[in-house]
Design a protein around this ligand. Structure first.
Ligand SMILES: [Zn+2]
Ligand SMILES: [Zn+2]
Length: 254
């Protein structure tokens, strides 16, 4: 009893000492702030979170309120294989540095904050105890970068939301050119066609559960769609996707 209290007192004083030596800093600009894992008053309002209204299916933001359950033109015309896609942030000048610093492994400390935001913004995608599946990197890229940002986001989110990850359910069989270098949506689709394969051993764990694909940035959705095409063979009852950021061009509504 006394021991337990002493330990708690030591832990609390340790934290205070640690805070005094390394006070919490804004995730973006490094200004000293009150709580760890947050942004300062200047940086916070500049990050643009993706808020409703958006397409009920692919999550693309609408510039106007279209009513609950409204779909964008693309989803009405040709719904893809992903039943529901959600993203946390607009990928813009304000979020890019954070997202890239994480991707390249310089700022792995961002993971718990990103996971908290993904759990909050992705509530719909995470309903019904889905399995989390990161978009894989080709082994050569993983070897060079030593960090798969999608996998580490999936693990952090699993901890935050109390869910399971199957990190090796998908395998990248072909090294593809960076999607960022592809100009058109069609070039992006062609670039990732046939790039993914199912790991049959890991697929036995799915047993009909919904799957949420996890990635850092959604650009045209071609990579997620190529993954979903493969994941349908697991017998999962629904494939969804959740990304940290999303490129939103203009109003984006077709
Ligand atoms: Zn700041
Ligand atoms: Zn849509």
């Amino acid at each position: 009893m006394v021991q337990g209290r002493a330990r708690r007192w030591l832990a609390a004083s340790g934290r205070m000492l640690l805070d005094a030596a390394f006070p919490p800093q804004c995730l973006k600009c490094g200004t000293i702030i009150a709580d760890a894992g947050a942004l300062c008053d200047q940086c916070w309002p500049r990050l643009r979170f993706i808020e409703a209204p958006y397409c009920a299916r692919c999550g693309v933001p609408f510039g106007y309120s279209a009513g609950e359950g409204a779909l964008c033109g693309a989803c009405s015309a040709r719904p893809g294989r992903i039943a529901l896609t959600r993203s946390v942030l607009h990928y813009d000048e304000e979020s890019r540095d954070l997202v890239l610093a994480y991707k390249h492994g310089d700022r792995l400390d961002l993971a718990p904050s990103f996971a908290r935001w993904m759990a909050r913004q992705g509530r719909e995608a995470l309903a019904g105890s889905p399995l989390l599946v990161p978009v894989p990197l080709h082994w050569w890229r993983l070897f060079r970068r030593r960090h798969n940002q999608a996998a580490s986001l999936a693990h952090a989110l699993a901890r935050e939301a109390g869910l399971c990850v199957i990190p090796d359910l998908l395998e990248r069989v072909r090294a593809t050119a960076s999607q960022g270098d592809m100009r058109s949506a069609r070039a992006r689709r062609r670039n990732v066609a046939g790039a993914f394969r199912l790991n049959a051993r890991a697929a036995a764990r799915v047993r009909g559960a919904p799957i949420v694909l996890i990635d850092d940035v959604l650009t045209t959705g071609a990579t997620l769609e190529a993954c979903a095409r493969v994941l349908l063979h697991t017998g999962s009852k629904e494939i969804r996707a959740l990304t940290l950021a999303r490129v939103v061009r203009g109003q984006d509504v077709t």
